[in-house]
Design a protein around this ligand. Sequence first.
Ligand SMILES: [Zn+2]
Length: 220
Amino acid sequence: MSKNIYTGPTFVPADLASNEIPTKYDFEFVTREEWGARTPKQTTNLTTPVPYVVIHHSYVPSACYTRTECARAMRSMQDFHMDKREWWDIGYNFAVGSDGVVYEGRGWTTLGAHSLHFNTVSIGICLIGDWTGELPPSAQLETSKALMKMGVREGYVKADYRLVGHRQVRDTECPGDALFRDVRTWEHFSPRPASAEELVYMDELPKSVRDLLNKSIVKN
Ligand SMILES: [Zn+2]
C-alpha cells in the first residue's frame, strides 16, 4: 500500500461536524456592490410571490468563467441596458455565470425589464453566454435551479410557479436552442404560453396589459 493513501478515520471539519444547519444559499452570491453596479435611475416594486420565472441567455456577452469576467459581463449588460436601451437598470432580476455563481440584478422585489408585457408577473434569470449551439456547464444549470428553489423558499416565487423560456412570451431566439431544449425538461416547465400571441389569454397579466396586447398583436 502506498504511504500516500490516508487510511485513518474520515476527516470531518470541526465546524461541519458540530453545526448541521445548512447555509442560507446553496451557491455563491455576488451582490450589486460586489460587481460594481451603477445606481438604478429609478425602481418599481415587484408584487410577489410571482407566478412565473423566465429564462434568458445573454447571447452577448459570451460565457464567463471567473468572478472577474462575470463582474465585467454584468457591468457591460448594465451599461447596454441603461445607455442604449434607456432602461432604469440592468434588465434581469438575476444572472448566473458559468462559474456557477449568482450575480444580483434587480433582485427579488424590484420589477424587471426582461420580458415585455410579462415583467409584472415574473422573475427573469439570465444565464450569461450564448447557448444556441451548446449547453451551459452543469454548475451554471444547477445554480439556476437552486436559485429558483430559493425564490420559492423565501416566498418571492409561488410554490406552483410556471417556468418558461423568453421565446415563449416574445418573438426572440432567447434563451438559445440548446438551453431551451434543456429548460423544457426542468421542473415547473410550462408549455403555455407557446408564443407571445397567447399572452392575451393569460389571466396572470393585468387587464390593462391584456387590453394593450389585444389591440397591438391580435389582428385577424
Ligand atoms: Zn431573453
